[in-house]
Ligand binder design. Sequence first.
Ligand code: SAM
Length: 253
Amino acid sequence: MDDEKNLPKLYRELADWWPVLSAPADYAEEANFYRQAIVDLCPFSPRTMLELGSGGGNNASHLKQHFKLTLVDLAPGMLAVSQKLNPEVEHLQGDMRTVRLGRTFDAVFIHDAIEYMTTEEDLRRAIETAYLHCRPGGVALFAPDAVRETFKPATSHGGHDGDVRALRYLEWTWDPDPADTHYIFTMVYMLREEGQETQAILDEHHCGLYGHEDWLRIIDQVGFEAHWRPFEHSELPESSTNIYLGFKPGFKN
Ligand SMILES: C[S@@+](CC[C@H](N)C(=O)[O-])C[C@H]1O[C@@H](n2cnc3c(N)ncnc32)[C@H](O)[C@@H]1O
């Protein structure tokens, strides 16, 4: 993504439909898993967290109970949605590859927004941003939807009913060329608003796909000590993806 104009429609002109696409309650279990993984690796009790690519703020709505959060996203429309859900939290616009806030945090978190790093160079820049914003002894956590070894083409659907709006989507994940670091998920959104005709919109999300050893190598190369864990979630089969963690050396008690 070069700038916000290249983001999928979902994060631009459709951003205010996000709350009927994805519900905060659905994130409670995974937010707890990520928090625990950070706490397990951190030599002190982490209090501050920077989330890069925080989107609609669904994870943040759970994490804010444990951390003082700063949320950064490239899309102003998504920041506005998150601000409504998390009005007490600091929100800033920025690109995870280039943003420099000039301060450090006990933890840095990049959830599924890391998917939009379609080249290894972009992935490295995002992980470097995490490194520069992490204090010594702090932990960065990266949660890709897929790794090369476990990627499978898939179809799924979802959506929710709001008070005056409802949305259903069909999502089709596929990999045009298994030899490169790129896959696509194509989405069709069906949007219904009181008093108006239902409309359907097609949106293509271009995403990055990296092997397990690539993740560990890049995290290590930017200066972190690399760790990983299989992602555990009651609604997903075992070993569907991994989470990757970077421990920043140099902590003095
Ligand atoms: C699926 S949403 C994230 C939802 C989030 N995990 C949550 O808990 O609500 C993905 C987000 O990544 C953001 N994004 C994509 N590329 C980005 C970049 N280079 N820097 C910052 N944010 C980016 C998009 O604007 C979008 O809001």
